[in-house]
Ligand binder design. Structure first.
Ligand code: SF4
Length: 586
């Protein structure tokens, strides 16, 4: 029945697995067999997907599945003590299932609620502002087996916290306004306006939006796709959550505009699984757009058919990488593809595909209305317009801020009420740590490029705690496809832990530095290539902090490297000679 409901489409495998997991609290061998047969795909493809996505499990989870965000911002708000309290209160170990099967408890990567943590998920639904009092109530609801629909709505409430609207947030466009303006001006001229605006991809990479759209439009293949990447998983990033909660219609307008320009018939919004709470609302907005003649057949009475489908992710950070996202949309594990070819020529189902970030589509719709010059009048030479930031951490006013490119870090810190600042992590764990000696540096592609994460740390914080949290994050989120990242991120984590725990020698810092170089140089995709950044940037700025932890003069082995990597090898289905350290000589 499930396969029939999804038209026996293997591309919809994640949706089917999500439904099975929600109903049975795991995906059984029997379910795998049945689904593989119905979809006519190998069992191994399903098994790979279940192991790959953290929201699926082959063994039973609790009927109430609790996951608590392990993001650095949640830790700063006391998450570690809270999860221990929760564990004690519900008599369930962290990482385990209670013997009666009622509840399971685990850590999870950032849930995108850094401005209102500590946060978590219960059966996939976001929980905010956890504290002991709230946990007492949650534990009571679980013990009494109260359905989630009857839980107090404030437990799930997420504020938008828009603190500083600017060019885009300050003047949202009306429904249909962008498309009407584009047709009135002409689609080619509108693309020229987007080009003139200087808009660059807002996910962080900064590729010119107009160039990407033009490349796609120029492809000979007539079947084309538009994909909105709403899989923001970078710890400290939550601005796409707010854009989709408050301005989704404008984001959909930007996607439709793109489809009109490139000649696409089908669009996807790839929504991170952690934002399940937005799903119904977004479907309602899409339905309104169809009723208004802005989606579906004959949009605005023209010979233009286009519709948007929402697909949910399932807890894999790497799916924010555009080629991994496309693999995931096709119902596979999100392993990044070799590039070239790029998605713009060979994307979804190997067809030309534009993948842009939520903020890029949001901005493009406004540019269609106001023109390229309006946008380009703000910012710097190479960074036009504004950037929307997610600000969190040690500040009085965490939330969403919009600034023209070229704004100094100092201004942002002043606006958000940060005091006694040690530094700020800009661009998430893969970005840059800016110390309090560098606050004149600028928000811009020329200096500090960012997808939008801006985490403030005050002087109570220890730089090694920060580097360690980020390094653990990368080791957890490595997809396991390539050896330098799969092995290297685990080695980095272990080596840093050894130094952190006071078992390191001076030689261990040198080894740490060398592992960083190897991971950065030889990894297949951006995750691995940036996984060493937290160590490298903090090691360069605070060598004395690392040195203060070096208690041993002689070398002390911290662990058996090859044995420690057994789990990674199993998850990656690798047990060949090259996957063993002793045989690779690493
Ligand atoms: Fe996967 Fe890491 Fe290799 Fe990227 S670098 S493909 S995340 S193992």
């Amino acid at each position: 029945d499930l396969a029939a409901k999804h038209h026996f489409q293997p591309t919809r495998l994640l949706e089917m697995l999500r439904e099975i997991q929600a109903r049975d609290h795991h995906v059984s061998n029997e379910a795998v067999e049945l689904l593989a047969e119905a979809l006519r795909i190998p069992r191994t493809r399903l098994i790979d997907a279940i192991e790959f996505y953290s929201f699926f499990s082959s063994t039973p989870k609790g009927r109430y599945e609790l996951r608590i965000s392990d993001s650095i911002t949640d830790k700063m708000l006391g998450k570690d003590a809270l999860i221990d309290y929760l564990s004690e209160k519900l008599r369930v170990p962290v990482g385990g299932v209670r013997s009666d099967g009622l509840v399971s408890l685990d850590n999870t990567s950032c849930t995108g609620m850094c401005d209102q943590g500590p946060a978590g998920l219960v059966n996939g639904h976001a929980l905010t502002r956890l504290d002991r009092a709230r946990i007492d109530r949650i534990a009571g609801l679980i013990e009494r087996q109260v359905p989630l629909a009857e839980w107090p709505s404030e437990f799930f409430h997420a504020e938008d916290n828009i603190r500083k609207p600017g060019l885009l947030l300050g003047q949202p466009i009306a429904q249909g306004e962008g498309l009407k303006a584009a047709y009135a001006r002409g689609l080619n001229q509108t693309l020229a306006e987007i080009d003139a605006s200087g808009l660059r991809g807002r996910g962080g990479a900064g590729f010119k939006t107009a160039a990407k759209w033009r490349f796609c439009a120029e492809e000979a293949e007539s079947e084309r796709y538009v994909v909105c990447n709403a899989d923001e998983g970078e710890p400290g990033t939550f601005k796409d959550r707010v854009l989709l909660n408050a301005f989704a219609d404008q984001v959909f307008e930007g996607m439709t505009l793109c489809a009109a320009i490139v000649g696409a018939q089908h669009g996807f919004l790839y929504l991170r699984g952690e934002y399940l709470h937005l799903y119904d609302k977004l479907q309602t907005i899409l339905a309104h757009r169809r009723e208004a003649g802005l989606l579906g057949r004959g949009i605005l009475g023209r010979n233009f058919d286009f519709d948007i489908e929402i697909r949910l992710g399932a807890g894999a950070y790497i799916c924010g990488e555009e080629s991994a996202l496309i693999e995931s949309l096709e119902g596979k594990s999100g392993i990044p593809r070799n590039r070239p070819p790029y998605p713009v020529t060979h994307g979804y189902l190997d067809k030309p595909t534009v993948v842009n970030n939520v903020e890029s589509f949001f901005a493009a719709a406004a540019i269609a209305v106001h023109g390229g010059g309006w946008f380009a009048a703000h910012g710097t030479g190479k960074s036009k317009g504004t950037k929307i930031l997610s600000v969190s951490g040690d500040c009085a006013r965490p939330g969403i801020y919009e600034y023209p490119f070229g704004t100094p870090v100092r201004t942002i810190l002043d606006d958000c009420g940060a005091e006694d600042v040690l530094g700020a992590q800009i661009g998430g764990p893969s970005g840059t740590f800016v110390s309090n000696r560098e606050f004149d540096r600028l928000l811009a592609f020329e200096d500090l490029a960012t997808g939008g994460s801006f985490i403030v740390f005050d002087n109570r914080r220890n730089i090694l705690d920060i580097a360690r949290n980020f390094t653990h994050f990368f080791a957890h989120e490595s997809c396991g496809f390539c050896t330098p990242c799969r092995v290297g991120t685990s080695l980095l984590r272990k080596q840093l832990d050894k130094i952190y725990d006071g078992h390191g020698s001076a030689g261990d810092v040198a080894v740490l530095d060398e592992i960083c170089r190897l991971v950065k140089t030889y990894s297949h995709c951006g995750l691995g290539q940036t996984a060493a950044n937290p160590v490298l940037t903090t090691l360069a700025r605070y060598p004395e902090t690392y040195e203060s932890r070096l208690k041993k003069i002689s070398y002390e082995p911290g662990f058996d490297l090859d044995a420690e990597l057994e789990t990674a090898r199993r998850l990656a289905n690798r047990s060949d000679a090259a996957a063993h350290l002793s045989q690779t000589g690493e």
